[in-house]
Design a protein around this ligand. Structure first.
Ligand SMILES: C[S@@+](CC[C@H](N)C(=O)[O-])C[C@H]1O[C@@H](n2cnc3c(N)ncnc32)[C@H](O)[C@@H]1O
Length: 243
Protein backbone atom coordinates (compact mmCIF):
# COMPACT_ATOMS: atom_id res chain seq x y z
CA UNK A 1 0.00 0.00 0.00
CA UNK A 2 2.89 2.38 0.67
CA UNK A 3 4.12 1.65 -2.86
CA UNK A 4 0.87 2.85 -4.38
CA UNK A 5 0.89 5.96 -2.15
CA UNK A 6 4.47 6.60 -3.27
CA UNK A 7 3.70 6.12 -6.96
CA UNK A 8 0.65 8.39 -6.73
CA UNK A 9 2.57 11.15 -5.00
CA UNK A 10 5.63 10.92 -7.25
CA UNK A 11 3.48 11.67 -10.25
CA UNK A 12 1.99 14.84 -8.73
CA UNK A 13 3.67 18.15 -7.93
CA UNK A 14 7.24 19.33 -8.40
CA UNK A 15 8.61 19.81 -4.86
CA UNK A 16 10.86 17.00 -3.62
CA UNK A 17 8.90 14.20 -1.98
CA UNK A 18 10.45 13.17 1.34
CA UNK A 19 10.30 9.66 2.80
CA UNK A 20 11.35 9.02 6.38
CA UNK A 21 12.49 5.41 6.53
CA UNK A 22 12.40 4.86 10.28
CA UNK A 23 14.43 1.73 11.00
CA UNK A 24 16.59 1.19 7.89
CA UNK A 25 17.41 -2.39 8.92
CA UNK A 26 18.53 -4.28 5.82
CA UNK A 27 17.08 -1.52 3.61
CA UNK A 28 14.24 -3.56 2.09
CA UNK A 29 11.71 -0.72 2.38
CA UNK A 30 14.12 1.96 1.19
CA UNK A 31 15.21 -0.13 -1.80
CA UNK A 32 11.57 -0.83 -2.71
CA UNK A 33 11.05 2.96 -2.81
CA UNK A 34 14.18 3.44 -4.93
CA UNK A 35 13.09 0.72 -7.35
CA UNK A 36 9.64 2.29 -7.60
CA UNK A 37 11.20 5.69 -8.36
CA UNK A 38 13.58 4.25 -10.98
CA UNK A 39 10.73 2.40 -12.69
CA UNK A 40 8.45 5.47 -12.80
CA UNK A 41 11.28 7.80 -13.87
CA UNK A 42 11.93 5.49 -16.84
CA UNK A 43 8.30 5.91 -17.90
CA UNK A 44 7.79 9.67 -17.55
CA UNK A 45 8.25 12.80 -15.43
CA UNK A 46 8.41 12.36 -11.65
CA UNK A 47 9.14 14.80 -8.86
CA UNK A 48 12.45 14.48 -6.97
CA UNK A 49 12.60 11.94 -4.14
CA UNK A 50 14.66 12.34 -1.00
CA UNK A 51 14.84 9.33 1.32
CA UNK A 52 15.99 9.91 4.88
CA UNK A 53 16.78 6.67 6.70
CA UNK A 54 17.18 6.44 10.48
CA UNK A 55 19.14 3.60 12.07
CA UNK A 56 20.96 3.10 15.35
CA UNK A 57 22.57 -0.24 14.48
CA UNK A 58 24.01 -0.79 11.02
CA UNK A 59 24.78 -4.49 11.56
CA UNK A 60 21.76 -5.74 9.56
CA UNK A 61 22.69 -3.78 6.46
CA UNK A 62 26.40 -4.57 6.82
CA UNK A 63 25.64 -8.28 7.06
CA UNK A 64 23.07 -8.29 4.27
CA UNK A 65 25.52 -6.48 1.97
CA UNK A 66 28.01 -9.31 2.52
CA UNK A 67 25.36 -11.77 1.33
CA UNK A 68 24.10 -10.09 -1.79
CA UNK A 69 23.53 -13.51 -3.34
CA UNK A 70 20.59 -13.85 -0.93
CA UNK A 71 19.60 -10.16 -0.67
CA UNK A 72 19.31 -9.58 -4.39
CA UNK A 73 17.60 -6.18 -3.97
CA UNK A 74 20.94 -4.93 -2.57
CA UNK A 75 22.68 -5.41 -5.95
CA UNK A 76 22.55 -1.68 -6.52
CA UNK A 77 25.04 1.14 -5.96
CA UNK A 78 22.92 2.89 -3.33
CA UNK A 79 23.10 0.79 -0.14
CA UNK A 80 26.90 0.28 -0.05
CA UNK A 81 27.53 4.00 -0.69
CA UNK A 82 24.97 4.98 1.94
CA UNK A 83 26.68 2.72 4.47
CA UNK A 84 30.16 4.02 3.61
CA UNK A 85 29.44 7.71 3.15
CA UNK A 86 26.14 8.31 4.92
CA UNK A 87 24.53 9.52 1.70
CA UNK A 88 23.94 8.45 -1.87
CA UNK A 89 22.97 10.41 -4.97
CA UNK A 90 21.81 8.59 -8.11
CA UNK A 91 24.16 9.31 -11.01
CA UNK A 92 21.52 8.71 -13.65
CA UNK A 93 18.55 10.34 -11.87
CA UNK A 94 19.49 13.74 -10.38
CA UNK A 95 16.22 13.88 -8.43
CA UNK A 96 16.93 10.74 -6.44
CA UNK A 97 18.91 10.98 -3.20
CA UNK A 98 19.27 9.06 0.04
CA UNK A 99 20.61 10.21 3.43
CA UNK A 100 21.40 8.18 6.53
CA UNK A 101 20.94 9.59 10.03
CA UNK A 102 22.76 7.26 12.37
CA UNK A 103 21.62 7.13 15.97
CA UNK A 104 18.40 7.11 17.96
CA UNK A 105 15.37 8.21 15.96
CA UNK A 106 13.92 9.89 19.06
CA UNK A 107 16.83 12.33 19.10
CA UNK A 108 17.51 12.54 15.38
CA UNK A 109 14.04 13.29 14.06
CA UNK A 110 14.40 16.99 14.88
CA UNK A 111 17.67 17.08 12.90
CA UNK A 112 16.28 15.62 9.69
CA UNK A 113 17.06 17.73 6.61
CA UNK A 114 13.41 17.87 5.54
CA UNK A 115 9.93 17.17 6.94
CA UNK A 116 8.35 13.91 5.76
CA UNK A 117 5.54 13.29 3.28
CA UNK A 118 5.63 9.53 3.79
CA UNK A 119 6.86 7.77 6.92
CA UNK A 120 7.75 4.08 6.95
CA UNK A 121 7.61 3.42 10.70
CA UNK A 122 9.37 0.10 10.99
CA UNK A 123 10.92 -0.05 14.45
CA UNK A 124 10.75 -3.05 16.75
CA UNK A 125 7.34 -3.94 18.14
CA UNK A 126 5.42 -2.07 20.81
CA UNK A 127 5.76 -5.18 22.99
CA UNK A 128 9.56 -5.20 22.96
CA UNK A 129 10.11 -1.42 22.66
CA UNK A 130 6.97 0.25 24.11
CA UNK A 131 8.62 3.68 24.42
CA UNK A 132 8.81 3.92 20.61
CA UNK A 133 5.04 3.73 20.30
CA UNK A 134 3.89 6.28 22.88
CA UNK A 135 1.70 9.35 22.55
CA UNK A 136 4.71 11.50 23.46
CA UNK A 137 6.74 9.94 20.65
CA UNK A 138 3.99 10.49 18.07
CA UNK A 139 3.34 14.07 19.24
CA UNK A 140 6.98 14.78 18.47
CA UNK A 141 6.70 13.03 15.11
CA UNK A 142 3.52 14.90 14.19
CA UNK A 143 5.20 18.19 14.99
CA UNK A 144 8.11 17.19 12.71
CA UNK A 145 5.59 16.83 9.85
CA UNK A 146 5.19 20.63 9.96
CA UNK A 147 1.62 20.66 8.68
CA UNK A 148 2.51 18.55 5.65
CA UNK A 149 -0.12 16.09 4.41
CA UNK A 150 1.89 13.11 5.62
CA UNK A 151 0.99 9.43 5.73
CA UNK A 152 2.66 6.99 8.11
CA UNK A 153 2.75 3.26 7.31
CA UNK A 154 3.43 0.63 9.93
CA UNK A 155 3.02 -3.14 10.12
CA UNK A 156 1.49 -3.13 13.60
CA UNK A 157 -2.20 -3.34 14.39
CA UNK A 158 -1.70 -3.20 18.14
CA UNK A 159 -4.32 -1.25 20.05
CA UNK A 160 -1.59 0.37 22.16
CA UNK A 161 0.15 1.75 19.07
CA UNK A 162 -3.05 2.88 17.36
CA UNK A 163 -4.38 4.61 20.44
CA UNK A 164 -1.07 6.44 20.94
CA UNK A 165 -1.24 7.68 17.34
CA UNK A 166 -4.83 8.86 17.86
CA UNK A 167 -4.02 10.57 21.17
CA UNK A 168 -1.13 12.37 19.49
CA UNK A 169 -3.49 13.81 16.88
CA UNK A 170 -3.01 11.52 13.90
CA UNK A 171 -6.02 9.98 12.17
CA UNK A 172 -5.71 6.22 11.94
CA UNK A 173 -6.83 3.87 9.19
CA UNK A 174 -6.82 0.14 8.50
CA UNK A 175 -3.89 -0.69 6.24
CA UNK A 176 -4.03 -3.40 3.63
CA UNK A 177 -2.42 -6.74 4.24
CA UNK A 178 1.30 -7.06 3.73
CA UNK A 179 2.76 -10.55 3.43
CA UNK A 180 1.36 -12.89 6.05
CA UNK A 181 -0.31 -10.19 8.12
CA UNK A 182 -4.01 -9.66 7.66
CA UNK A 183 -3.91 -5.96 8.35
CA UNK A 184 -1.47 -3.11 8.90
CA UNK A 185 -1.95 0.49 10.04
CA UNK A 186 -1.84 3.83 8.25
CA UNK A 187 -1.79 7.11 10.16
CA UNK A 188 -2.54 10.45 8.56
CA UNK A 189 -1.77 13.97 9.68
CA UNK A 190 -4.80 16.28 9.99
CA UNK A 191 -3.56 18.10 6.87
CA UNK A 192 -3.52 14.83 4.92
CA UNK A 193 -7.13 14.22 5.95
CA UNK A 194 -8.14 17.80 5.08
CA UNK A 195 -6.52 17.46 1.66
CA UNK A 196 -8.32 14.15 1.22
CA UNK A 197 -5.11 12.12 0.89
CA UNK A 198 -6.68 9.62 3.22
CA UNK A 199 -9.81 9.32 1.16
CA UNK A 200 -8.88 5.94 -0.17
CA UNK A 201 -8.04 4.68 3.32
CA UNK A 202 -10.67 3.18 5.62
CA UNK A 203 -10.42 5.07 8.92
CA UNK A 204 -10.94 3.16 12.18
CA UNK A 205 -14.59 3.65 13.10
CA UNK A 206 -17.11 2.99 15.84
CA UNK A 207 -16.49 -0.76 15.68
CA UNK A 208 -12.81 -0.27 16.52
CA UNK A 209 -13.73 2.22 19.24
CA UNK A 210 -16.06 -0.33 20.85
CA UNK A 211 -13.27 -2.92 20.82
CA UNK A 212 -10.86 -0.37 22.29
CA UNK A 213 -13.33 0.32 25.15
CA UNK A 214 -13.06 -3.38 26.08
CA UNK A 215 -9.33 -3.70 25.45
CA UNK A 216 -6.71 -4.35 28.09
CA UNK A 217 -4.48 -1.87 26.29
CA UNK A 218 -7.15 0.83 26.48
CA UNK A 219 -5.06 3.24 28.55
CA UNK A 220 -1.25 3.46 28.35
CA UNK A 221 0.62 1.89 31.22
CA UNK A 222 1.36 4.46 33.92
CA UNK A 223 -1.73 6.64 33.34
CA UNK A 224 -4.13 6.50 36.25
CA UNK A 225 -7.04 8.40 37.79
CA UNK A 226 -7.96 11.67 36.11
CA UNK A 227 -5.07 11.36 33.64
CA UNK A 228 -6.53 8.04 32.45
CA UNK A 229 -10.03 9.58 32.21
CA UNK A 230 -8.70 12.52 30.20
CA UNK A 231 -6.87 10.14 27.87
CA UNK A 232 -10.04 8.08 27.30
CA UNK A 233 -12.09 11.23 26.67
CA UNK A 234 -9.51 12.42 24.16
CA UNK A 235 -9.87 9.21 22.18
CA UNK A 236 -13.68 9.18 22.30
CA UNK A 237 -13.78 12.81 21.16
CA UNK A 238 -11.20 12.38 18.41
CA UNK A 239 -12.41 14.06 15.23
CA UNK A 240 -12.42 10.81 13.29
CA UNK A 241 -15.02 9.26 15.61
CA UNK A 242 -17.31 12.23 16.17
CA UNK A 243 -17.79 13.33 12.56
C1 LIG B 1 12.18 -4.22 11.76
S1 LIG B 1 13.78 -3.60 11.51
C2 LIG B 1 13.63 -2.59 10.07
C3 LIG B 1 13.56 -3.32 8.75
C4 LIG B 1 13.76 -2.41 7.58
N1 LIG B 1 12.78 -1.35 7.51
C5 LIG B 1 13.85 -3.12 6.24
O1 LIG B 1 13.04 -2.78 5.36
O2 LIG B 1 14.72 -3.95 6.07
C6 LIG B 1 13.88 -2.38 12.77
C7 LIG B 1 15.15 -1.56 12.71
O3 LIG B 1 14.98 -0.41 13.53
C8 LIG B 1 16.20 -0.13 14.17
N2 LIG B 1 15.90 0.67 15.36
C9 LIG B 1 15.28 0.26 16.50
N3 LIG B 1 15.15 1.27 17.37
C10 LIG B 1 15.69 2.37 16.77
C11 LIG B 1 15.85 3.73 17.16
N4 LIG B 1 15.40 4.15 18.33
N5 LIG B 1 16.45 4.57 16.31
C12 LIG B 1 16.89 4.16 15.09
N6 LIG B 1 16.75 2.87 14.67
C13 LIG B 1 16.17 1.99 15.48
C14 LIG B 1 16.78 -1.50 14.47
O4 LIG B 1 18.17 -1.45 14.66
C15 LIG B 1 16.37 -2.30 13.25
O5 LIG B 1 17.37 -2.32 12.27
Amino acid sequence: VEQSALAERLQQGTEPLVIWDVGLGAAANAMAAIECYEMLAAQGPVRPLQIVSFENDLDSLTLALRHREKFTYLRHGGPATLLKEGAWQSRTLPGLSWTLLQGDFMDLMVEAPAAPDLIYYDLFSSKSEPHQWTQEMFVKLLSCCQSKPAELFTYTTSTAARVSLLAAGFHVAHGQSSGAKVETTIALTPTAVAQRWGNQHRLLGKEWLARWERSQAKIPVGLEGSAADEFAARIRQHQQFVL
